[in-house]
Design a protein around this ligand. Structure first.
Ligand code: IPE
Ligand code: IPE
Ligand code: MG
Length: 258
């Protein structure tokens, strides 16, 4: 497939960027990258814009990051878009964020399909506004047979609630005799989580300078490599993403061994 990346740096940089991409592809890339896309509000504030302008700008970065992940041959990209705690925000901000999937997929879905991307979602669907859910479900349905990059949105996702729900399902299956105590191991427990069809993230990226997980994938990140940057999400560009991948490629993962 032709390279579909539209570079968002000035074009003079494009050849060096292309070189960097090709160089990175010579070494193994992470199979699953998860990103806590943080700093939209501060990006807007710095420009004396309303917070929602930051969310809108951030949406453009989602597209470009997806395309680069695809080009790098990363198999799974999970993007933390809205946490179960984000409902605490002002109503107008929440309403705006809930419109973004429609806007994003409304313009970008054909491009995702063209690039063989499969859309998935983790998070609680029940509390989402119907229009948000419909947009996501349409994208999931229309991309379900694609076998390229998995673009997984964490929307209304919270890891503690996910773990508690998994425990409840385990108890239920135990009571019904579907699950025996001796069969419950880490792998089996993982199958009760929302991420059951995905491998654990190899690399976690968080933007905006916050050094915390904010209730994101507490189980799944047990042995992931972490990469933090002060860059605010709307300013996150190809160079930053490549830097994170390069850093990952230099890490030595031991998983407790030597
Ligand atoms: C991340 O940016 C997007 C969401 C949490 C929805 P923020 O909105 O948290 O931006 P800051 O952290 O306030 O700058
Ligand atoms: C985490 O960011 C959630 C998302 C990026 C969707 P927050 O901005 O909500 O996290 P805190 O409140 O700073 O921990
Ligand atoms: Mg934030």
């Amino acid at each position: 497939m032709l390279n579909k990346i539209r570079l968002w740096k000035n074009q003079n940089n494009s050849s060096t960027l292309r070189d960097k991409i090709e160089k990175i592809k010579e070494l193994p890339v992470p199979d699953h990258v998860a990103i806590i896309m943080d700093g939209n509000g501060r990006w807007a504030k710095k420009r004396a814009l309303p917070r929602i302008a930051g969310h809108h700008e951030g949406m453009k970065v989602v597209r470009k990051t997806t395309m680069l992940a695809n080009d790098l041959g990363i198999k799974n990209l999970t993007l933390y878009a809205f946490s179960t705690e984000n409902w605490k925000r002002p109503k107008n901000e929440v309403e705006y964020i809930m419109k973004l999937p429609e806007e994003f997929l409304g313009t970008f879905l054909p491009e995702l399909i063209e690039n063989n991307v499969q859309v998935k979602m983790i998070g609680y669907k029940d509390q989402l506004p119907l229009h948000t859910l419909k947009a996501i479900e349409k994208a999931i349905e229309q991309t379900k047979n694609n076998n390229g990059l998995i673009l997984n949105f964490a929307l209304n996702y919270g890891s503690r609630a996910e773990i508690i729900d998994a425990v409840k399902k385990v108890l239920n299956d135990y009571q019904r005799g579907i699950l025996k105590e001796e069969d419950l191991d880490e792998e089996r427990f993982s199958s009760y989580l929302m991420t059951s069809s995905l491998p654990d993230p190899d690399l976690l990226i968080r933007t905006s300078g916050e050094i915390r997980l904010s209730n994101f994938m507490l189980w799944q990140l047990a042995y992931s490599e972490f990469w933090f940057t002060d860059v605010l999400w709307p300013d996150f560009d190809e160079e930053h993403f490549l830097k994170a991948i390069e850093a990952f490629q230099k890490r030595q993962r031991r998983f407790g061994g030597l």
